[in-house]
Design a protein around this ligand. Sequence first.
Ligand code: GLN
Length: 310
Amino acid sequence: MSRPLPDFDTLLDDIAAEARKSIGRGKVADYIPALARISPDKFGMAICGVDGSEYVTGDADERFSIQSISKVFTLILALQTIGSNALWRRVGREPSGTAFNSLVQLESEQGLPRNPFINAGAIVVTDAITAHSVSPVLQLLSLVRRFSGKEQIYIDDVVARSEAEHGHRNAAIAHLLKSQGNLKARVEDVLVTYYRQCAIAMTCRDLARAFVPLANGGKQWESGEKLMTPLRVKRINSLLLTCGLYDGVGNFAFRVGIPAKSGVGGGIVAIIPGKFSICVWSPELDELGNSLAGTRALELFARKTKLSIF
Ligand code: GLN
């Protein structure tokens, strides 16, 4: 039986007040026009413990676009769908050191993306689920609902459409991958799935709950249902630590010391193995595409609680 969490209520409020001071120094993602409309002033944070205990502050119950955080869910679904051996033949497991939407490495490394969390790798992962299902998006939604324990999780169609209209780099990546023989489904079908997965809308509370299996040996936060093996959990957390924040991952590991995944919607989910998962949301990003105040909040959290994986 796990021990209950310490009382984080006041701590989260203090962290929110301090982290909010970074708001105004970053920039809300505007390359997806529908995201540019979000108020930069939003800030939410939620913790969900392996024993189901929860702590929240600020806008923790407001939905936002999970964007690249979805890449963790598609990776889990692809591993379930085609298996570990087949997937890791098509995607690497090394940090890229390049922007999340870069095309450069893909050309020089013959279509083998560095890892599943840069766009090129994520598009191959999305292909794995698209090529093996008539309704990959529904399958993905059903996985997210099962992990979070919430039925009412949907896709924001406005965001999905907006990204599709402006997704020239992702389309270029997908076509390059196809020409290199690393996409099986039709490019158009893979991109539709990809834009829809990125446009899933969830709250900090939903995401913290959905990521508890990565802190809890694969068990769901509420029912204790086994959703993943401990080996898969270990591997995914390792990938988050080395590849979860694009080319900002080294600095994040230095400052925070916790495996995490970010998205350009301003969300970051972090895992303290054996204890809890944390989700923070603040829409303004740094120049690498990671939430500025969100990173600061997690740094403060790790420092004040002395909790990190090291
Ligand atoms: N949908 C975004 C894109 O493909 C996801 C990127 C991100 O969150 N870093 O550009």
